[in-house]
Design a binder for this molecule. Sequence first.
Ligand code: NAP
Length: 249
Amino acid sequence: MTVKQVLVTGATGRTGSLVLQKCRQLAGYRGRGLARSRSKVEALFPSVADFYFGDVTDLSTLHPAMLGCRALVIVTSSVPKRKSTSGDQPEFEFEPGGSPEAVDYYGHCHQIDAAQAAGIEHVVLVGSMGGTQANHPLNRLGQVLIWKRRAEQYLIESGLIYTIIRAGGLQDQPGGRRELVVGKNDTLLNAGMSPTIPRADVAELAVQALQHPEACNKAFDVIAKPEADPPGVITQDFMALFQQTRPGL
Ligand code: NAP
């Protein structure tokens, strides 16, 4: 059996690190990471082996990491930082060069272009719900989700096989304990459920998408129902979940 090499970007992030760990545990797959910071990799992983260092805002740094890969999982994201102001309301800003336009749009486009140049077949993109809502708090802050959605459109138009996972609010909770619910175009934001999902469940979905043809050329929103008491239906059949999703933005 040929081993399928997968590149995970944003591999020092809270979700990306889980995706890479899961890839590395998967029979028949080999997980490679892309990161900006060697010291972060050393703190999070047993070694820097099979890591490449680059910045998604600089296309030239991405090519070496993509070589020999069959799939790419994009988990990079702009990260707002709290301003050091004395006001009651916290204010946020992006570091120079780290705007949503630079990281979430051009950074994603660079990754898609480099993937295409390297002959990568399948791109799994972890994004966020809220991109249809101009007044979403993250859109009032640098149009974060609108830039992410434009990059999703770019991926669809690239002709590469795509899976776009638009997660609800991410939680640092264990995965595999809740029922996942998929939707489209932010309707789950008004479905009467808390639109949240553990990062571990998003990471599992990303690696499941690599393995299921039903996830190919699909884009969907996803949240997790609350843990039921007694336990309800925990999502284990990912083929059935992906069969509920549809192509197109
Ligand atoms: P995160 O912990 O903030 O990680 C972001 C990653 O992106 C980090 O590894 C960071 O590297 C990397 N990165 C940022 N700029 C980069 C650049 N210029 N070049 C290379 N790497 C760069 O991410 P998360 O909160 O787990 O979110 C994962 C995904 O889910 C994102 O797409 C996010 O939009 C989406 N999402 C988030 C939420 C939420 O509630 N936070 C909700 C729904 C969806 P460093 O470690 O070097 O900083």
